[in-house]
Design a protein around this ligand. Structure first.
Ligand SMILES: [Cu+2]
Length: 366
């Protein structure tokens, strides 16, 4: 197959394939609904200018009032986010902005963000592939030691397949609005968006991303995960529990009622069994924790871990194999070519292999 194509064609293809949005979330397995309580951008295209206000909550994400509902949660709650599945390699991170009086009035631009969760590259797998293998779902927990109030929850999937060029990294971003009841204490460090990301940061611009870069050394932008609570840990006490129940009773009526919510789709359970049988990925408090916690870190599958982008081939949910054989076919949105790529080049029926750049060709709808 052709490795080279005109830049013009490549950019056209990149504009229509494997882009993604954050569509839905669950709090302790209960969701307000599809695209409810989320500031949806006008398209699934990435933000690439890290100095733009769009880096906070995506295009139109800073408009106030947002016109978006705010959903109730408690500190420590399990959060599951659902993203479109993407084959673009990179991390997933989550941040909070707040507390504020009214999330619908918060632009999210500027200081006050803090990172609460990060998954980069573990056991030979980039976070995007972990999410894809889990049906587009990813689960983490809100920290404990949060001040009560409204917050923006920012979910970011950073795609690094173009990171060999300054400005080539693609930020996929979505912000949800939460009203969190917490035990107090605050979180640090905090960052500004825009501000904290710079186009030439070594986790955004990676000149050797296809040529020697070691993904096991990678940490996503935004600094370290914040420590919350007055002492960094806030064990529950009777007093705090009492405060929680009284403040919960005072929640305003604008908060979406849990009674109208939707439970987690059954694909979560399927994905859980899939994950537990493959590489153990640390999800501290997810439903997977009980099954994966008993698996020592050293018992990862013996298959050699892919160490470059070129070996990341799978984007479809629950693939039967994580490495393409050169005689097989590649699923829609899977990699089908590129320098250093040795996997299958034949796209599944209905799709065709398109060059995105010299190092990455992808099966897209024919
Ligand atoms: Cu894309």
């Amino acid at each position: 197959m052709m490795l080279r194509s005109s830049v013009f064609v490549s950019s056209l293809v990149a504009a229509v394939s494997a882009h993604q949005n954050f569509h839905q979330f669950w709090v302790n397995d209960v969701s307000p609904g599809y695209q409810v309580a989320i500031r949806m951008p006008p398209s699934n295209s990435p933000v690439t200018d890290v100095t733009s206000d769009d880096i906070a909550c995506n295009v139109n994400g800073s408009i106030t009032p947002s016109g978006v509902e705010t959903y109730a949660a408690n500190e420590g709650d399990k959060i599951t986010v659902n993203w479109d599945i993407s084959s673009h390699p990179g991390p997933i991170t989550h941040f909070l902005f707040g507390p504020v009086d009214d999330a619908s009035q918060a632009s999210g631009i500027g200081a006050g963000w803090f990172k609460i969760d990060e998954l980069d590259y573990q056991n030979g797998t980039w976070a995007n592939e972990v999410v894809g293998n889990n049906g587009g779902n990813y689960t983490f927990s809100l920290p404990t030691g949060l001040e009560s109030g409204d917050y923006l929850l920012r979910s970011e999937m950073l795609a690094l397949h173009g990171a060999q060029t300054v400005g080539g990294a693609q930020f996929y971003i979505g912000c949800a609005q939460l009203k969190i009841t917490g035990t107090g204490g605050g979180c640090s460090p905090t960052i500004s968006l825009p501000g904290a990301y710079n186009a030439e940061d070594d986790n955004i611009y990676i000149p050797d991303v296809y040529n020697g870069f070691d993904p096991t050394t990678y940490s996503a932008p935004g600094g370290s995960v914040a420590v919350c609570g007055a002492s960094g840990s806030t064990p529950a006490t009777t007093t705090k529990a009492a405060q929680l129940s009284s403040s919960a009773a005072a929640l305003p009526t604008s908060v979406v009622a849990n009674a109208t919510a939707i439970t987690t789709p059954s694909s979560t359970a399927q994905a859980a069994s899939s994950l537990s049988s493959s590489a153990p990925v640390s999800f501290p408090t997810s439903p997977l924790a009980s099954s994966s916690a008993s698996v020592p870190a050293g018992t990862a599958p013996s298959a050699s871990a892919p160490s470059t982008f070129a070996t990341i081939t799978s984007s479809s949910a629950l693939p039967t194999s994580t490495s393409a054989s050169s005689s097989g076919t590649v699923a829609l949105y899977g990699q089908c070519g590129g320098i250093n790529y040795t996997g299958a080049t034949q796209c599944a029926s209905g799709s065709t292999c398109k060059v995105q750049n010299d190092y990455y060709s992808q099966c897209v709808s024919a």
